[in-house]
Design a protein around this ligand. Structure first.
Ligand code: NDP
Ligand code: MG
Length: 380
């Protein structure tokens, strides 16, 4: 039995991870963590019987504790709860599927405890990649990508020589507003931005996909995962989401991973790496498939992507500012407090305001996050 913990078990990645556990029957769940959805968390606890459950919100944690009194499960709350869930002694792999920078400390805790990481939470690498990657090497733990593009890159690198990797071709669907110009995006409402053409995901990442800021975060994520510079990463728009990403080697060979858009494939691949297992679901039908098309990203309309390249190139604490400003701007947009096009405007203003710290410590990263939030609060 493989033993895993899941942070963010009630979300899109979390529930799909549990579907894989359900169909494979040889994974034991030792810890689950969520923000506040205790109704679903309770059902998960009853089905998967973890030893530990963590709920961010303390009132909701107390309520859950009461509801599962008949079971042998410890319920904790807050950051202590998340850290305990991340480092639960019996687990071998931690699936990090919380959304946002809240994932940084628990991921570090899990690596220190020797757990392999199945990493969905890209914001963690974006802000603390310079700490996470060396720590993982030191502790000899694997960072297994769950993000579909990064899993595709990882799969394309199997059997190859990472030394001979020349370029990463990171594919993007282009989101629901592909082909539109800035003027046409002025009146975009929350409902419009929440409609993704190919993938079903949590709200924050769906908005990030529509602004192409998700791709920007993925550029920085790929830089850390595969040890390349951001200038070795080319974003390629491939609207059908069939090619999940590609790598180009020194000799010009390009290797890609293709498939139907289903996050369960990268999740399962991370959990069983290097083994490949049967996964129920649709298959690509090359008799039916008419075309796979490519475009350059429109970095003027979607200039959040350009800002991500800049943050990734300059490094230090700037990617934290980029990420924190985006997290807050997206939250404000979802609450209908700002207009759609203000999301990249806010990020740009925050990046201009910031004095870059070159090798920020975790404390400096968290301080930068707070300062970014305060700056936004004072202006918007
Ligand atoms: P969701 O919004 O669907 O789920 C987020 C999860 O995190 C929920 O379980 C939520 O709990 C939990 N959570 C939020 N805040 C806290 C907190 N403070 N403490 C503990 N748990 C918390 O997000 P997704 O599953 O879509 O995304 C998760 C991560 O994976 C993100 O970083 C995203 O970028 C990345 N990712 C997602 C993909 C996808 O297809 N969805 C694809 C590639 C990457 P609750 O339900 O109680 O609020
Ligand atoms: Mg992705």
């Amino acid at each position: 039995m493989k033993k895993i913990g899941i942070l963010g078990s009630t979300g899109s990645i979390g529930t799909q991870t549990l579907e894989i556990v359900r169909t494979n029957k040889d994974i034991e769940v030792t810890a689950l963590a969520a923000g506040s959805n205790i109704e679903l968390l309770e059902r998960q606890i009853r089905e998967f019987k973890p030893e530990l459950a963590a709920v961010w919100n303390p009132d909701r944690a107390a309520e859950l504790r009461d509801r599962v009194r008949d079971l042998d499960v410890k319920v904790l709350s807050g950051m202590d709860g998340l850290l305990a869930a991340a480092s639960e002694p019996r687990s071998e792999i931690l699936v990090t599927a919380v959304v946002g920078m809240i994932g940084v400390l628990p991921t570090i805790e899990a690596i220190k405890a020797g757990k392999d990481i199945a990493l969905a939470n890209k914001e963690t690498l974006v802000t603390a990649g310079h700490i996470i990657m060396p720590l993982a090497r030191e502790k000899q733990v694997k960072i297994l990508p769950v993000d579909s593009e990064h899993s595709a890159i990882f799969q394309s690198l199997q059997g190859g020589q990472q030394r001979a990797l020349r370029k990463i071709l990171l594919t993007a669907s282009g989101g629901p507003f592909r082909g539109k110009k800035k003027e046409e995006l002025e009146n975009i409402q929350v409902e419009d931005a929440l409609k993704h053409p190919n993938w079903e995901m949590g709200k924050k990442i769906t908005i990030d996909s529509s602004t192409m800021i998700n791709k920007g975060l993925e550029v920085i994520e790929a830089k850390w995962l595969f040890g390349v510079t951001v200038d070795q990463i080319q974003v390629v728009v491939q609207p059908q989401s069939i090619i999940h990403s590609m790598v180009e080697y020194e000799d010009g060979a390009v290797i890609a991973q293709l498939g139907t858009p289903d996050m369960k494939l990268p999740i399962q691949y991370a959990l069983y790496y290097p083994e490949r297992r049967f996964l129920p679901g649709e298959r690509l039908d090359f008799g039916e498939l008419s075309a796979i098309t490519f475009e350059r990203p429109d970095m003027e309309t979607f200039y959040g992507l350009q800002l991500a390249f800049e943050a990734g190139r300059r490094g230090g604490s700037l990617p934290t500012v980029f990420n924190a400003a985006n997290e807050r701007a997206v939250a404000l947009f979802l609450k209908r407090k700002i207009r759609y096009l203000q999301i990249p405007e806010i990020i740009r203003a925050c990046m201009e305001e910031h004095r870059n710290i070159l090798e920020p410590t975790v404390e400096e990263i968290l301080k930068t996050e707070q300062e970014t939030y305060e700056f936004i609060k004072s202006r918007w």
